[in-house]
Design a protein around this ligand. Structure first.
Ligand SMILES: [Zn+2]
Length: 105
């Protein structure tokens, strides 16, 4: 078996080939997750969380938990307003996943 000569000092790996990132986009993908990737949503989310940084559900029971998620009170799927501050509430991850589960059922 011939030993391959190792090419020293040549960093071929320096230029890593980036996989094309449009796999999901071109397929239309999951509309649900698509909208949350929009810049407008990210900006909106950040500005709401800046004004109200704590989880609203946890606040009800007197806990101050930093909110990580912005939840739609009326889900967008059910014609809730995506960018209406009155229709969103900051939630921590655990409250958010609990709510998402109950929204679905
Ligand atoms: Zn919470």
């Amino acid at each position: 078996m011939p030993t391959q000569k190792r090419v020293d000092r040549r960093t071929h790996s320096g230029k890593s080939v980036q996989p094309t990132q449009r796999v999901n986009e071109s397929r239309g993908g999951n509309a649900d997750t698509q909208i949350y990737r929009r810049k407008r949503w990210r900006d909106f989310r950040i500005s709401v969380l800046r004004d109200e940084p704590f989880c609203r559900e946890c606040a009800k029971i007197g806990k101050q938990i930093i909110a990580k998620e912005l939840d739609h009170i009326i889900p967008v799927k059910k014609e809730g307003e995506m960018y209406d501050r009155d229709n969103v509430q900051p939630l921590c991850s655990s409250c958010h996943s609990r709510k998402s589960r109950s929204d679905r059922s």
